[in-house]
Design a protein around this ligand. Sequence first.
Ligand code: FE2
Length: 213
Amino acid sequence: MSPKNNKRGESYNQLEAGTKRAKPVQHQRGPEIQPYGKIAKLPIALDEKVCAESTENLNQLLADTMTLRDMYKKHHWQVAGHTFYQLHLLFDKHHGEQDELVDEIAERIQLLGGISLAMAADVAETTMIERPPRGREEVPVQISRLLEAHELILKEARTMAKLATAAGDDGTNDLLVSDVIRTNELQVWFLAEHLVDVPVVRADRGAVAVAGE
Ligand SMILES: [Fe+2]
């Protein structure tokens, strides 16, 4: 190091002097404050066992909802064909609505004292929705996959809603019925109508005679 550089180094040290407490403490690790699957009970007048059962159910629903949300984004990007524009927009709208559900479910788990799944690898291990290929698929296949995922979620949400009511967890029941079930049912309607095989331009002449012909 030249005397000139050395001098510069000294002046850096002088600049840093007295700033120790203002510097970020980086690269830290420590033990978990709550292991996954355990309940850190909050004063919400619900039994710990009820919180644990609702948390376990909601984490399954969360993993499936996150997977459906991400499948919507995949299809939003990869859609092809003459309905590209409308489906590109519809898939993104549904993605946004599913993303809101993800947040509601995850925060319900936390307020029940549980821990919500968060990372993609954990979600992939947990979801029951069939994994689609990385490549692009035709529109009818995209929509079929989405409908199957919606139906799986609707089935489990209805079962979980009944279990929550029986256990006295009205908040979880309300989330499942008012938000999860209602949103998924509506999205199914908007999707399913795209798979009705009706003529696009010329009416089916087999059923009714066309006037003047
Ligand atoms: Fe986009």
